[in-house]
Design a protein around this ligand. Structure first.
Ligand SMILES: [Zn+2]
Ligand SMILES: [Zn+2]
Length: 212
């Protein structure tokens, strides 16, 4: 800080109370977060500098190093730990590793640091469940329903179902690499069987990952 007024930096009257300061700080972080301007390098650098000033101003106000307030104020909150990524005052900590997080940290609301937020996202990727079941069952059931409505002969419908299962099974066997290809070549009926297997494993969540 080059002697600038930290209150002015956050658009505050000197001596504003702690809640107002905090609200102004959060607003400023939201408006000037450099990540919003990743596509514009010049703006990105400018906002990076701005964020540094905002963080410094907030820290100075918290530390009471700013101009003394004109009216009696409750004692300012003690300056706490500082975010190592953005240099801002930490408002919370990672619930896994305890890293201090500032409001500029993407996961501060979930109380997860950058690393643990990514780890949590990775384990959350669905590996089965309702979406997987719908993906294989909906085309089948819809196809059968429509063909019955249009009055297709039963043989044709059964043939179409067999073909669907064959395609479904072939897709699964293809992922087994050489073993799957060998099965398809030497035991062609393994394809519809694998299709049936896919249909039923899609119903049970959690099992799918081991095979696909
Ligand atoms: Zn963490
Ligand atoms: Zn941060």
């Amino acid at each position: 800080m080059n002697g600038e007024d930290p209150w002015a930096e956050l658009g505050l009257r000197p001596g504003a109370d702690a809640a107002t300061v905090r609200a102004a700080y959060l607003r400023a972080v939201k408006a000037h977060h450099p990540d919003r301007f990743r596509t514009d390098p010049a703006r990105f650098r400018a906002e990076e500098e701005r964020m540094k000033r905002i963080n410094a101003a907030y820290r100075r106000i918290l530390e009471g190093a700013a101009a003394p307030s004109t009216r009696p104020d409750p004692p300012p909150p003690r300056p706490g730990p500082v975010c190592s990524r953005h240099g801002g005052p930490a408002v919370t900590t990672c619930q896994v590793c305890g890293t201090p997080l500032c409001p500029a940290c993407e996961g501060w609301r979930e109380r997860r640091c950058y690393r643990h937020r990514r780890a949590a996202a990775a384990t959350r990727t669905p590996a089965g469940g309702p979406a997987a079941a719908a993906a294989v069952w909906v085309p089948l059931l819809a196809g059968v329903a429509v063909s019955r409505m249009l009055g297709f002969p039963l043989v044709a419908i059964l043939l179409a179902v067999g073909l669907y299962l064959t395609v479904l099974g072939a897709r699964r066997l293809w992922r087994w690499r050489w073993l799957g290809i060998a099965l398809m070549v030497f035991f062609p009926y393994s394809m519809p069987l694998a299709g049936v297997y896919t249909l039923f494993t899609a119903l049970g969540p959690g099992r799918r990952r081991a095979w696909s």
